[in-house]
Design a protein. Structure first.
Length: 290
């Protein structure tokens, strides 16, 4: 096990040292690219854009697209890029593990048994890793958006109480927001043309359930009187608090399942360690037999 860690650390460290050096070298191409190469490049770019568009419009990727949208499209990733990463990650891990296995046998000068169980586990982690990371980013950003929506609503009520018009109240209330501010700025830009369309676009861009009370209240109050706007926003804040309380209770109810899953991981690891000597003896018997 120590030998595997040393080989993996050496490989990763060498790549981290030599790749930046190789990429920093500038190569000048003094010859003009042929038209055939430009045509192939343009054809490949058109094919890539077409595949990205097809993956983004598939009904089977609806949940994935919503999760990517909630996560804020990390690293500029679309549905096509995510599916490609999900496909290439286990292949890369499998090639990396097999390369380490061959390198270890070359260094030790004798054939060692191939670690099939760790290999399968690493490949499974490579396949499930992108989905788990995307779920983590989406949940984290969703919590930040929900907190900023509540703060934005409270500040909006304070600004309207000071007898500020709704447009300027939205602009002032959104100054302290970080994640929500780009969506608010886009809404204010479109507000001059069509307030209702700007509010609907704001709700679609944010894309979480906590924004629905805000958009409904803005749609009902953008041309209403000041007293009615304040009452509507107080009701909207109560609706958001009720929704967040329900989500917290739902997480508390799902807590025992998470604890069971956490306890199951060391149990499975201990079971694998118990089975490891039997596996080694079985492989040794096969080598002696054949």
């Amino acid at each position: 096990m120590v030998m595997w860690l040393i080989l993996a650390s050496f490989t990763i460290g060498s790549a981290m040292v030599f790749l930046p050096i190789a990429l920093s070298i500038k190569f000048r191409n003094r010859l003009r690219l042929p038209s055939a190469r430009n045509k192939r490049r343009q054809t490949f770019q058109d094919f890539l854009e077409r595949r990205i568009r097809v993956e983004n419009t598939k009904k089977s990727n609806y949940k994935l697209l919503r999760r990517l949208k909630t996560a804020g499209y990390p690293f500029g990733m679309q549905a096509f890029h995510f599916r490609l990463t999900q496909l290439l990650a286990p292949i890369f891990i499998a090639i990396f593990c097999m390369s380490l296995y061959m390198l270890k046998n070359t260094i030790n000068d004798y054939p060692a048994p191939f670690p099939i169980f760790p290999f399968v586990i690493m490949v499974m982690i490579g396949y499930a890793g992108p989905s788990l990371l995307l779920l983590y980013y989406a949940n984290k950003r969703r919590e930040v958006l929900a907190e900023e929506i509540v703060k934005f609503s409270h500040r909006l009520v304070v600004c309207i109480t000071d007898k500020i018009p709704l447009y300027y109240a939205i602009r002032r209330a959104g100054r302290t927001c970080k994640v929500l501010k780009p969506y608010i700025d886009d809404m204010l830009i479109d507000w001059m043309d069509n307030p209702r369309a700007a509010i609907n676009h704001f709700g679609d861009q944010v894309g979480i359930n906590e924004v629905l009370p805000v958009t409904n209240t803005l749609l009902a109050s953008w041309n209403a009187s000041q007293d009615k706007i304040i009452d509507l926003f107080h009701q909207q804040i109560r609706n958001i608090d009720t929704m967040r309380d329900f989500q917290i209770k739902k997480k508390i109810e799902a807590g025992p399942l998470r604890v069971t899953f956490i306890i199951l991981i060391p149990f499975l690891a201990a079971s694998a360690l118990v089975m490891l000597p039997w596996y080694n003896s079985f492989m040794e018997t096969l080598r002696e037999t054949f």
